[in-house]
Design a binder for this molecule. Structure first.
Ligand code: ATP
Ligand code: MG
Length: 422
């Protein structure tokens, strides 16, 4: 027998139940982004490999082992994007927007990283991200963090924590890095293989090693926030003042680093303890050096990205509703024709409708139940003769006999009411 075809490991299908949850996340996110005047951009999934090598940095996990890259038929080195920021900066530069004033963008779409698949860690996953180009100053940071916080709170997610840190800048980080490397070298015999390698290549990444024995060694590791230059220190204080003004609760976590090289000053994460090791649902920070790095004029910038699948895992379980009404026909072919016409009228009036297809009443009612529709519209011989329908409200079983127009009005009013109550 032929081998059963399966999706690639760590790459999942979005079936209706998943997509309904993603759409819920997207709906809230779009509202929040628009409250902050961020506009949507839709950027390519394929980018030149060099874009990520230059921006994210070769010493990172992403570039050193996680990228899906290939050489195409024209000998071009191409990569499936592992994240959205580098592509956004490329697009910003390519469109010549560096003198067009502040740009506030958001995006949503698939990202690709070949990592070890686990719950909340996939090889193709979706991110929703926001980038603000041309925003300097700590209050811009506070507003972007507040936007991220509003996104998760408006989704109704609870027990999340906003953690912040400062990564310093090119003036103060080298001295800190040296202090950190000295400290880590003294501890090196107790650190894991990966951390030992990172002491030279990317020492700050050692700070967020998930290995417990490594963490035990790091208790008194030097902290960037104690080594900030005076400009970074002022920025750090301003960020905290801004967060207090905007009522964003936060915790300082000196261990937050970003996996990507291009961040400076503010780094932050919104975390949960409900997803095991995959606890970061939203992460971001300031990256004032990246636009210059990719060939543009020095331009301050800040952004974040949230993992759609992780957010969706945290949403409360709800029973999927596929339509508002199920139309049920009791009787012969004439009645099925009438019920099909009624279903058509309902849909034309903007009411989502399932036509149960006639036949046995029990089977049709089962469809209404399974599809979890709010109403059943039942048509039998008497109703057809009187040009009426029976409208059954599924939540309490109450029924009324009405004209089709009156029934449609009733359904529309009641759906307006439930929207209003939310
Ligand atoms: P982690 O520490 O979990 O590996 P990261 O630092 O690599 O995260 P970022 O590059 O900052 O993650 O991406 C932002 C967000 O995208 C993460 O906080 C997470 O919610 C989500 N994310 C990242 N990688 C994955 C993945 N492989 N599968 C699902 N979601 C992911
Ligand atoms: Mg990662």
């Amino acid at each position: 027998m032929a081998k059963k075809l399966q999706s690639i490991r760590g790459i999942h299908d979005g079936l209706p139940h998943d997509v309904a949850r993603w759409q819920q996340v997207e709906r809230v996110a779009r509202q929040v982004f628009s409250n902050y005047a961020f506009s949507e951009v839709r950027l390519p999934v394929l980018e030149p490999t060099e874009l990520f090598v230059r921006s994210i940095g070769e010493a990172t996990d992403i570039v050193s082992k996680e990228m899906y890259h290939f050489v195409d038929q024209g000998e071009d080195a191409i990569c499936l994007r592992p994240e959205g920021t580098a592509g956004a900066v490329r697009a910003y530069l390519q469109a010549g927007l560096t003198r067009a004033g502040q740009q506030r963008w958001f995006y949503t779409g698939p990202m690709f990283r070949r990592e070890r698949p686990q719950k909340g860690r996939l090889r193709q996953f979706q991110q929703m991200g926001a980038e603000c180009f041309g925003a300097a100053g700590p209050l811009a940071d506070a507003e972007v963090l507040a936007m991220g916080w509003q996104l998760v709170t408006q989704l109704g997610l609870q027990e999340l924590t906003m953690e912040i840190n400062s990564l310093g800048c090119s003036a103060c980080r080298p001295a800190y890095r040296e202090a950190l490397v000295n400290f880590l070298q003294q501890k090196s015999e107790h650190l894991c293989e990966t951390c030992i390698q990172r002491i030279d290549s990317n020492p700050m990444r050692v700070l967020d090693c998930k290995n417990e024995t490594c963490q035990q060694q790091l208790h008194d590791a030097p902290e960037m926030i104690r080594h900030l230059c005076s400009d970074c220190d002022t920025h750090w204080a301003g960020l905290q003042q801004g967060l207090a003004t905007l009522d964003v609760p936060y915790r300082i976590n000196p261990r937050i680093v970003r996996g990507l090289d291009y961040y400076n000053r503010t780094a932050f994460e919104i975390i949960t303890d409900q997803l095991g090791a995959q606890g970061t649902v939203l992460a971001g920070g300031r990256y004032d050096g990246l636009i210059g790095e990719l060939g543009g004029p020095a331009t301050p910038a800040i952004g974040f990205a949230a993992g759609m699948e992780r957010l969706a895992l945290l949403l409360p379980e709800t029973k999927a509703v596929s339509a508002q009404v199920t139309v049920v026909a009791i009787g012969d072919d004439n009645i099925s024709t009438a019920s099909l016409r009624h279903a058509h009228s309902l849909r034309q009036a903007g009411i989502s409708t399932i036509h149960a297809g006639g036949g046995a009443m029990k089977r049709q009612m089962k469809i209404a139940d399974r599809e979890n529709t709010a109403f059943c519209m039942i048509i039998g011989e008497d109703e057809l003769a009187a040009q009426q329908v029976v409208l059954k409200k599924m939540c309490d079983g109450s029924q009324q006999t009405l004209s089709l127009d009156a029934a449609m009005e009733y359904i529309q009013d009641s759906s307006l009411m439930t929207v209003g109550q939310k």
